[in-house]
Design a protein around this ligand. Structure first.
Ligand SMILES: N[C@@H](CCC(=O)N[C@@H](CS)C(=O)NCC(=O)O)C(=O)O
Length: 223
C-alpha cells in the first residue's frame, strides 16, 4: 500500500492528485502545520530526516521530494500513463518542466513569502525600519523581477502547446500546478497572463483534482 505523508496546505496535494489520476489505492497519513510557525510537526522527521512534505512510503521505499515522488509513481505504478514515450521529443520537455517547478519556479516564490513576512511581521521597533528597507530592496531588485520573468516565460510556452510537455496532459502539469497556484496567491499571477490562468482552470476542473481535494482536506496556500 502506498502511504502519503500529507501535510495540510502543502505540496503533498499534488501527490494525491497524481494518485487519483492514476486510479491507485493509497492511504493518507495526515500531519498538521504549526499554526504560528507554519512548519511541519516533528513527527514527520521520523519518516524522513528533513521532515518536509510530501513523503511517500511504498513497501521498502521511502521517497521524498515531490518531483522524485511523481517520477517514482509514474514509472513504477503508472503503466506508461501521464508521461510521454521515453524517446519522444515531448519526454525532453516533460523532464524539463518536472524539474523547473521546484528548481526554478519555486525559489523566488519562497523568497517572496519570507521577505513579505520580514516586512510585515512583528519585530523590535528599533530594527523595523532597517529590516523593512532590506526586505523591500531584495524583493524589488531580485525576487519580483525573477518571478515576473518566470511567469512571462511560462505564459509564452503555453502559447505553443496545450500542456507543458505538449498536446497531452502529463505529470509535469501536476508538478507545475503548485508554483502557479502559489503565484496567484503571492506572485502577482492574474488575468494579465491568460494562458497560465486557463491552464489552472483546466487543472482545477479535472475530476481527479477534485477527488484529491476531497481526500486531502482544506487546501489554502500560504501568503
Ligand atoms: N522541494 C521540496 C520542498 C518540500 C517542502 O518544503 N515542503 C513544505 C510543504 S509545501 C514543508 O514541508 N514545509 C514545512 C516545513 O518546512 O517544516 C518538494 O518539492 O518536495
Amino acid at each position: 500500500m502506498i502511504v502519503v505523508h500529507h501535510l495540510n496546505n502543502s505540496r503533498s496535494q499534488r501527490v494525491l492528485w497524481l494518485l487519483e489520476e492514476l486510479g491507485l489505492d493509497y492511504e493518507i497519513r495526515p500531519y498538521k502545520r504549526d499554526p504560528k510557525s507554519m512548519l511541519a510537526p516533528p513527527e514527520l522527521r521520523a519518516v524522513h530526516p528533513l521532515g518536509k512534505a510530501p513523503v511517500i512510503t511504498d513497501g521498502e521505499f521511502t521517497v521524498a521530494e515531490s518531483g522524485a515522488i511523481l517520477e517514482y509513481l509514474v514509472e513504477r505504478r503508472g503503466g506508461g500513463r501521464l508521461a510521454p514515450a521515453p524517446s519522444s521529443p515531448e519526454r525532453v520537455r516533460y523532464a524539463y518542466w518536472l524539474h523547473f517547478a521546484e528548481g526554478s519556479a519555486m525559489p523566488p516564490l519562497l523568497m517572496k513569502l519570507i521577505f513579505d513576512r520580514i516586512e510585515k511581521g512583528p519585530m523590535p521597533f528599533f530594527a523595523r525600519p532597517f529590516a523593512r528597507a532590506i526586505a523591500r530592496r531584495v524583493k524589488s531588485s531580485y525576487v519580483e523581477p525573477n518571478i515576473a520573468r518566470n511567469l512571462d516565460f511560462m505564459e509564452a510556452e503555453l502559447g505553443h502547446s496545450e500542456w507543458f510537455a505538449g498536446a497531452e496532459f502529463t505529470a509535469a502539469d501536476i508538478q507545475m500546478s503548485f508554483p502557479l497556484e502559489a503565484a496567484v496567491v503571492r506572485g502577482g499571477l492574474d488575468a494579465r497572463r491568460p494562458q497560465l490562468m486557463y491552464f489552472l482552470e483546466r487543472c482545477h476542473a479535472r475530476p481527479a483534482y477534485r477527488r484529491a481535494l476531497q481526500r486531502g482536506g482544506k487546501y489554502e496556500l500560504l501568503k
